[in-house]
Design a protein around this ligand. Structure first.
Ligand SMILES: [Zn+2]
Length: 351
């Protein structure tokens, strides 16, 4: 039984589809599919995400966001009876799992979901983060490839990011949004929405630092900037902006929402560390297919940068740039990120 092999390859394909980066949607929808658990033979219906929608933009760590439901929420299915979890392939592979794995799942140490699951639950009633946590445990017990395990952790991190990118639209926050909107760059056909958002954040941050917003709106502009950066997983900057709100009295429900966002940043960081570790092993053991090695090295640069290790990030961006098969878009991004690290280093050194 392979570990979601098709799903591992698919994301590299997505990363290479740079037409898709411009934002397309085709045949997108959710459908139900009957499956049988290969561990306990329980038959249940799972949800399948069909088509591809990248109109929400692609982040620098390759999370292709949809405008509607996000595909990553439907990639992992969980048996509501024994909690066996994996990609659809894992429920459709021929044959049942071996006795040793079945024993681990059913008896000892036994799969234990982070949130309660009952046999009557529909697939989307089980939180995606719970399903990914179970799949990561199953992939570990199955000794799946490092690359397959890395993808489960990275996608789980994206789910945590997406769940954690939320602030309630209070009247003060909406007022700040109305002030911000006219300053945003216009959407351009053929431009990655993710790149547009990052450009907007840079412009707004410059405006904000120059004091061009009403002082009363200051904390709310700060919150909007933190939210956009959180959506991109640019958590160091987002956390820094949120940290600057300490001591400022905001009306509920904002303080509770900010605390949730900060907790999600910590959880994402834990998962990115795990993804980083597994990707690095996959690359060092030459498990990654040669045509995907450049993309894997670029991604390692991103994961090191996002986990606060600029030195190793630079090493991996350079390794990616040294790979003649690296995709042109990833080459641009690797060059930009490497330059960004050099600027941050120069600024840090001059303090
Ligand atoms: Zn089962």
């Amino acid at each position: 039984m392979l570990c979601g092999a098709r799903r591992v390859e698919l994301l590299w394909v997505v990363a290479g589809l740079w037409g898709a980066v411009c934002g397309t949607a085709s045949g997108v929808g959710l459908s139900t599919l009957s499956v049988v658990c290969p561990v306990c033979d329980h038959a249940f219906e799972t949800l399948v995400y069909d088509g591809q929608d990248t109109r929400g933009g692609v982040t620098r760590d390759l999370f292709a966001r949809a405008l509607g439901p996000q595909s990553i929420y439907y990639l992992i299915s969980t048996c509501p009876k024994c909690y066996f979890s994996g990609y659809l392939d894992d429920f459709q592979s021929k044959g049942r799992v071996d006795a040793a794995l079945r024993n681990k799942i059913l008896k000892s140490p036994k799969l234990r979901p982070a949130t309660a699951i009952s046999t009557t639950m529909k697939p989307d009633e089980i939180p995606a983060a719970t399903r990914y946590a179970l799949a990561a445990q199953v992939f570990d017990w199955r000794n799946c490839s490092e690359e397959a395990r890395a993808w489960v952790y990275l996608r789980w991190a994206w789910v945590v990011r997406e769940d954690g990118s939320y602030l309630p639209p209070t009247s003060a926050l909406m007022m700040a949004m109305r002030e911000i909107e006219p300053r945003l760059p216009a959407a351009q056909a053929g431009v990655n929405q993710g790149d547009r958002e990052l450009e907007a954040v840079n412009l707004l941050t410059a405006d904000w630092m120059e004091g061009s917003f009403d002082a009363a709106l200051d904390p709310y502009v700060r919150l909007v900037l933190a939210l956009v950066l959180r959506r991109h997983g640019e958590n160091e900057q987002s956390g820094h902006l949120l940290g600057g709100l300490k001591g400022i009295v905001l009306a509920e429900p904002l303080p509770g929402a900010i605390a949730k966002m900060e907790a999600s940043i910590a959880e994402e960081r834990r998962l990115l560390f795990a993804a980083r570790e597994h990707f690095e092993l996959a690359v060092s053991r030459h498990e990654v297919r040669p045509e995907n090695e450049g993309a894997a090295k670029y991604l390692l640069g991103e994961l090191y940068r996002r986990t606060g290790d600029p030195e190793h990030a630079r090493t991996w961006y350079e390794a990616a740039l040294g790979d003649s098969k690296l995709d042109g878009q990833l080459r641009n991004w690797a060059q930009q990120q490497r330059a960004g690290l050099a600027i941050a280093n120069a600024v840090g050194g001059s303090r």
